[in-house]
Ligand binder design. Structure first.
Ligand code: CTP
Length: 402
C-alpha cells in the first residue's frame, strides 16, 4: 500500500459510465481525494440517471462534466484542456459500451471525446453482467484496450445486480484506488531484470475433449506479472489456459500442458534472473493421449504418469537465480512445515504458502497467504490478489537488492 499522501499534485480524470456500480465510483473519488489528488469527474448521460452529478461534484469539489455543449464552467476547461492537464484517466465503472467506443475511437459525448484526446496513462475498470463481459465482442474490445496500453482492472466474481452470480462485479473501491496509485507510482527497482512468471493451470489431455486439470484461474500469476512490470522488469508470463487479459507490457507465452510449460520456460531460462512459479502444474498426465474420443465402454482410460517438475528442472539447468515458488496445501496442521520442507527440497529462495480449500486459494479473487524465506515467515492478511501480488513483489525486491 502506498503512503496516504501519495497522490498529492496529481490530477485524475474519472470517467463514470452508466452501470449499476456507478455508485461505487463515489467512494473511488473520495479515496483519491483522501490521498491528495485533484479529481475531475466526467459522466455519460446514462451515468447521470444512476447517480446525481451533484454527488460527484460535492465529493470531488470540482465541476462535473457531462455535456459537450454546456457553458464552459471555468475559463480553460474544455475537453482538450482537461486532457492536457490530467496525469491519468480512469473509467470506473466502464460499461461494455464505453469499452467498445474507446476500442474503436468513437467520440460522441464529453467522456469519450476527452478520452480520445488524452494520451497519458489510462485505467479501465469494467463492470457489467457476466454474459456481456464474456461476450467475445467485449473480450475483443477490452483486449484491444490492453494492447493499446490501458491498465485493465478485471471484474471480480460475485453476486451481480441481476441477482445472478458470475464475473462482472466491480472490485472494491479501495482496490481501484490502489490500482490508480500504482500506475502513477511505477518505479524502477527491478529495471534491468528479466523475470519469468508462470500462471494458471495446465491441462493434460486423455483424448481430444477430456483432460486432467485444476480450478486455478491464473489471477495470482497475472497479478504478479503486473506487479513485477510496474517495477520496471522485463516480464515473460508463461500461462496455461485462462480467461484473463494479459497485463500490458508483459510478454505472454500461452501453453497448455506441463511439458509445454517446461519447454517454453527452458527456452527463456538462460535470459531470466528471477522465477516466480505460481502455475498450478498438474502433477500427473495420462500415459497415452488417444487420437479419438475415448468410448465409455472401452473401459479404463489408462494409467497416469508424473509430469516433469518444472521448477526442479529449471534449477538443475543452472541455478543461481532468485526462485519463488508456491505451496498449495490443504492440511491445516502440517501446512507450514510442508511449505518449509518444500522450499528447501526444491531449492527455492522464498515460498508462498497458500492454504487451499473450497473458498480460498484457487479460482477466487481474494487470498490469505504466508510468505516464508530462510529468515522469517510472515502471515499476510486476507486481501485481493492485486495488492497481494504487490506485497509479495515488495519482499522479492528486498531480497534481490540485499
Ligand atoms: N511445480 C512445478 N512443476 C510441477 C509441480 C509443481 O514446477 N510439476 C511448482 C509449482 O508451481 C509450485 C511448487 O512447484 O511453485 C510447489 O507446487 P505444489 O503443487 O505445491 O507441490 P509439489 O512439488 O507438486 O508437491 P506435492 O504435490 O507433493 O505437495
Amino acid at each position: 500500500m502506498h503512503n496516504p499522501d501519495d497522490l498529492r499534485d496529481k490530477t485524475i480524470l474519472l470517467g463514470v459510465t452508466g452501470g449499476i456500480a456507478a455508485y461505487k465510483a463515489v467512494e473511488v473519488v473520495s479515496g483519491l481525494r483522501k490521498r491528495g489528488a485533484e479529481v475531475i469527474v466526467l459522466m455519460t448521460q446514462a451515468a447521470t440517471e444512476l447517480v446525481a452529478p451533484l454527488t460527484f461534484q460535492t465529493i470531488a469539489d470540482n465541476p462535473v462534466y457531462t455535456d459537450m455543449f454546456a457553458e464552459p464552467k471555468r475559463w480553460n476547461v474544455e475537453h482538450i484542456a482537461l486532457a492536457e492537464r490530467a496525469d491519468l484517466f480512469a473509467v470506473v465503472p466502464a460499461t461494455a459500451n464505453i469499452i467498445a467506443k474507446a476500442a474503436c475511437g468513437i467520440a460522441d459525448d464529453y467522456l469519450s471525446t476527452t478520452w480520445l484526446a488524452f494520451s497519458g496513462p489510462r485505467v479501465v475498470a469494467p463492470a457489467m453482467n457476466a454474459e456481456m463481459w464474456s461476450n467475445p465482442v467485449t473480450q475483443r474490445n477490452v483486449r484491444e484496450l490492453a494492447r493499446l496500453g490501458c491498465e485493465i482492472v478485471e471484474p471480480d466474481e460475485g453476486r451481480l445486480a441481476s441477482g445472478a452470480v458470475g464475473r462482472g462485479r466491480l472490485p472494491e473501491p479501495a482496490i481501484i484506488t490502489e490500482e490508480i496509485s500504482s500506475v502513477l507510482h511505477a518505479d524502477s527497482s527491478l529495471c534491468g531484470h528479466t523475470v519469468l512468471v508462470t500462471a494458471g493451470p495446465t491441462r493434460e489431455y486423455f483424448d481430444p475433449v477430456r483432460y486432467l486439470s485444476n480450478p486455478s484461474s491464473g489471477k495470482m500469476g497475472y497479478a504478479l506479472a503486473r506487479a513485477v512490470r510496474e517495477r520496471g522488469a522485463e516480464v515473460h508470463l508463461v500461462s496455461g489456459p485462462t480467461h484473463l487479459i494479459p497485463p500490458r507490457g508483459v510478454n505472454l507465452h500461452s501453453i497448455t500442458s506441463a511439458e509445454e510449460m517446461l519447454d517454453r520456460c527452458a527456452q527463456l531460462w538462460p535470459r531470466v534472473d528471477a522465477l516466480l512459479m505460481s502455475a498450478a502444474v498438474s502433477d500427473y498426465r495420462p500415459a497415452r493421449r488417444s487420437e479419438q474420443k475415448l468410448k465409455k465402454d472401452a473401459g479404463d482410460p489408462g494409467e497416469l504418469v508424473p509430469t516433469p517438475d518444472i521448477l526442479s528442472n529449471l534449477q538443475s539447468n543452472g541455478g543461481g537465480r532468485f526462485v519463488l515458488g508456491f505451496a498449495a496445501e490443504t492440511d491445516e496442521d502440517s501446512a507450514l512445515q510442508q511449505a518449509k520442507d518444500k522450499m528447501l527440497r526444491k531449492g527455492m529462495d522464498m515460498i508462498v504458502l497458500n492454504r487451499v480449500g473450497e473458498c480460498r486459494g484457487f479460482g477466487v479473487d481474494y487470498n490469505e497467504v504466508v510468505l516464508i524465506d530462510e529468515e522469517r515467515e510472515e502471515s499476510l492478511p486476507a486481501m485481493h490478489k492485486l495488492p497481494l501480488a504487490r506485497s509479495i513483489v515488495d519482499r522479492v525486491v528486498q531480497v534481490i537488492s540485499d
